[in-house]
Design a protein around this ligand. Sequence first.
Ligand code: GUN
Length: 745
Amino acid sequence: MPAWTEGTRKDPKPCREQDRGKFEVTQRDGRARLGKLHTEHGILETPALLPVVNPNIRTIEPRVMWDKYGIGALITNSYIIWKHDDLKVEAQQNGVHSLLNFPGVVMTDSGTFQSYMYGDVEVGVEEIVTFQKSIGVDIATMLDVFSRPDMTEKEVEEAVHETVNRATVSVEASGETMLNGPIQGGVFRKLRQLSAQLMSEHDFSVHPIGGIVPVMEQQRYKDYAKIMMAALPNLPPNRPVHMFGCGHPMLFPMSIALGADLFDSAAYALFARDGRLLTPWGTERIDDLVDWPMLMPCVAMLSPADVRSMPAMEKEKCLAHYNLEVTLAELARCKQAVRDGKIWQLAEQRSHQHPALREAFLWLSTRPAISGNYRRDLFYNDREAAKDLQGDRGMWEDSWDWVVWNQQTPRVGGIQWSGDDTFVRPHIQKARRAIHTRWTTREETKHTFIFHGIRGPFRDRLLDQFIWLQHHIPAVQTLMLTPLGLIPIALEDVNPFAHVNAPEWVLDHRPDDLWIKRELERLGIGEVPYACVDARGDGIKARMEQALERLNLPINMLHMPIDNEDRKAADATLNLHQAIEKMMVMLNMDRAAAETIAQGASYVANRQGRVKNVLDSNGIHILSPRLRDGGLSLTNTGATHIFNQRKEPLPNTIPIPEWNGTSGNGPAIVVVEPDAEPYVRQGRNVFHGFVTACDRWILPGESCLIVNQQGHLLGHGISQCNADEIRAFTKGIAIKTRGGLLEKE
Ligand code: GUN
């Protein structure tokens, strides 16, 4: 057993005065984020679980939570403290941290949940916030109006407006104390959206999503997902999102993948009282068990039978520890998945654990309007989908765009195939959309050749064929059919398309012509005649002959040898196409601008013949295709050339982002404050608060150019955020600078 004794963990250090109340994101995976919330009682790392502590019944002592489990924050109920004179007096005299014996972040709730459970509460709106402030809580909660899922739309609307009406007085009463502004709206998406929009206008620090306890209790996980998708895109991104009353680990991966930052759990204690165990896949009764579903440290030397035979209080305590350990372990797993860029994959895996969770997951990822963008047409129930889309068609699609366009691509590492779910992972959809909206074929294209049936690296396997086609039929557009879609060969080494770890038959699969036609249409070459060539095994020449015949091209060419000079020339042309087309897809450039930059380019290749560096017509290094993910790295000279191609005026505001409407305008520009200029020039990162303007198409994970207010290029980097985030955040890194231009450059 790891040694721990009470008092071994040091008390937290307060955050810096100027940071109090600020939230920063340190890492992200699409909408999922790891962050830091700066408070007087420490910097809370998110996603975080706040165990619910009832000051009258402490199943696990708060100090034990701090010392043994490293828990940084908990939540308790200020209404209970306010109602009990003994607690109230002590809290007002010594503060809530002393009352609970907890040195970390203390959040309090306001009594709203009590009013939902037991009817009206006696406390006033201003009074309860003032009280929370008086006992020194770190994050207080206003008295919101609970919206139940069984309420009519009218009743919920009233709850939303009444909550908003109480916001001003609550924010004023909270003074310097951070305040929760709960989002209500029941199961009505428009009301959730409205609530998020109206509550955003007030100076809250955190936005809990309220009214979801009955939704979770009834296992209406699809409604839970809808509530998140309606509310979250409408909240200021610099305020953490708390899922009120969500403490079941089963819901963590999906919630975090959609942007949740905080959870609170009474479940660990309530389920223990009932003899139930939490697991990432559901709930189990201790009475039914011979072995533990997960062997956790607190029961390492005990069997379920041992625990069953304990006195009632001891058993409850043991199970509460067990539940807390399981919950924390799943949270840790989610955090690591965010770091690894695999949170969606984890949500996908967990979705198989419960039918309602599976339904929620399928609703999110495979509705027709979404999967129409991929070859699997309908995973999600057709009739249900039609109902979802009734009325305000398009709203969910906007929310899904918000998920997809914020995914970072290309990513390092292969795609782990796990059945049909693989194809609708949002980062794969983002990679596909980037190609579909930014790539165009060459003007001379008259035929398309589609190779299929093999796994990457495609160039290594098919170089002779690519060169042959390029030499003999310069008007051909060669494409690779991958399990994730059709891609131009210039992008053959780009992730996720290039590295799919799947059984042979997935790679072999040759979808029907209808789907190929739809893919060609998405690429803007639906009208161009095409022929498919199975690239597996021997006899590829014969199959190419058949393809040439199908396209009415002379087949005798196939037997003509290509001399060394011609081979080199064709190879150089393929390299040129690659540089141009990668600039289009990864740097959002139109073909003409990319062609101008690549004019007269030369290449430095590695031993395998892959281009390492692209040099401009003066022999200066401008771009490096990256081997690890197929992306493109810019040099300072490359950034300067691209900046010189810019036709749009420089941005002068931080606009509302526009998903999908970005093709061809070049990498996004960020304009920085004069104070930041010397740092950027030295290659240092751009911090939030120093950006004064940017393009609306700036996206996390994409290259951007950094300029000063006079419009001079200072450097280039990788954006960590979209325009909404640039506008909202005041702490953390906005742009990771990759190159700074010193004054003389
Ligand atoms: N705890 C669980 N749900 C809610 C809610 O909607 N509002 C408040 N204030 N607390 C809650």
